[in-house]
Design a protein around this ligand. Structure first.
Ligand SMILES: *Cc1c(COP(=O)(O)O)cnc(C)c1O
Length: 363
């Protein structure tokens, strides 16, 4: 029996390393609220990610909602991508805003910035693009449009932990950026999220919102509870001790895929000005039929890729209107997320590629 291969199971640090951090919180006698581990995690992340200011919250979904609130967006339209995890849209809906979908570009699968202007109406308040699979959106163009039309930009940088664009953290772009720290992501706290904002006033609003607007004896504004507990922070600290070696391992595995897949399947393009951190590995097949055949062949070998982000968000049944996004719909039907995690060896990648390449050749 060869080993079962999943897409992206969580990285778990040795339990004794997790417990060692947890003991510090136990000694203090409290597992949340003004946490010492949370403080340590935020300080270390700020340094590691090289950002001015950063706050941890309970999830990226909550973070996207807090971002909308913190920027004072109270209803209206938010331009976003059809190609993401459903949370990008659900956060918009939860804040009583209307998602307006702009199709993606085929090189990196991000929102096509050249099509954003056409989608702007007097009701447009913000743009919420996603750096999908950790590759940068067309940041320059998005910035230019935001300035021209006075729109806020909230980056769903859920996949972009550690990514650097033009030599600085990708989280420095836009009004607010949000990273997911959910356990299937590159770096995690089991559940959790990171928020970064450039403007100190907005950072202050984020801080207030995440603690119900309650500070000392004062109730300053409306908000919710999005405090990250010490249990989560302990997991973050334990994982942070392994992040560099994990990224290095993922880089080697991804490069093995690159070599073996060259010219046989469609791969996202490389970005010269991006310091990429290998959060995911996706391939695009030549047809929906071929994707299904490859998927089935992998399942037969107990290899479980993920037909990710299907259906596209513009086709969610509970939306009030359907907006076509033909490029995203086509790409999603042909895309598979391949296994990528640190427990895999080069030989496992070779086994996966062998099945894919054999199937593609015969199909
Ligand atoms: C995982 C993910 C989210 C949601 O993150 P949570 O921390 O699980 O709430 C949002 N957007 C994208 C693109 C994601 O992949």
């Amino acid at each position: 029996m060869s080993k079962i291969i999943y897409t992206n199971p969580a990285f778990l640090p040795p339990i004794e390393e997790y417990v060692k951090y947890l003991e510090k919180a136990y000694q203090r006698g409290s597992l949340t609220d003004h946490g010492i581990l949370l403080d340590e995690l935020e300080q270390r992340l700020k340094k590691y990610l090289n950002v001015q200011d950063l706050q941890c919250v309970t999830s990226a979904t909550t973070a996207l909602q807090i971002a909308i609130k913190a920027l004072g967006i109270d209803g209206g339209e938010i331009i976003t991508t059809p190609f993401s995890y459903v949370a990008t849209t659900s956060a918009i809906l939860a804040e009583k805003c209307t998602p307006v979908y702009v199709d993606i570009e085929p090189d990196f699968f991000n929102i096509d910035a050249n099509k954003i202007e056409q989608a702007i109406t007097p009701q447009t308040k913000a743009i919420m693009p996603v750096h999908i699979f950790g590759r940068a959106c067309n940041i320059e163009k998005i910035e230019e449009i935001a300035k021209k039309y006075d729109l806020k930009v909230i980056y769903d940088a859920a996949h972009a932990f550690g990514a650097e664009y033009n030599g600085q953290s990708i989280l420095n772009y836009g009004d607010i950026s949000v990273v997911s720290l959910q356990e299937t992501k590159l770096f995690h706290t089991v559940e959790g999220g990171i928020m970064t904002a450039k403007d100190p006033y907005i950072s202050r609003q984020i801080d207030l919102i995440k603690k119900c607007g309650h500070e000392d004896e004062n109730f300053i504004r409306d908000g919710i509870n999005a405090r990250l507990s010490e249990l989560h922070a302990a997991m973050g600290l334990a994982n942070l001790d392994h992040i560099d070696e994990n990224i290095e391992k993922r880089k080697i595995l991804s490069e093995t895929y690159d070599e073996l897949f060259e010219n046989s399947v469609i791969l996202p393009k490389k970005q010269q000005n991006l310091n990429y951190k290998y959060p995911y590995y996706v391939i695009v097949l030549h047809s929906t039929e071929q994707r299904k055949t490859v998927e089935k062949a992998l399942w037969d070998e107990q290899i479980y890729p993920w037909h990710c982000y299907s259906p596209t968000l513009n086709t969610l049944k509970y939306l009030k209107t359907t907006q076509p996004c033909p490029i995203a719909e086509d790409l999603v039907s042909r895309m598979l997320m391949m296994p990528l995690y640190v427990e895999l060896e080069k030989a496992d990648i070779e086994r996966v590629c062998d099945v894919v390449l054999r199937t593609v050749k015969n199909a």
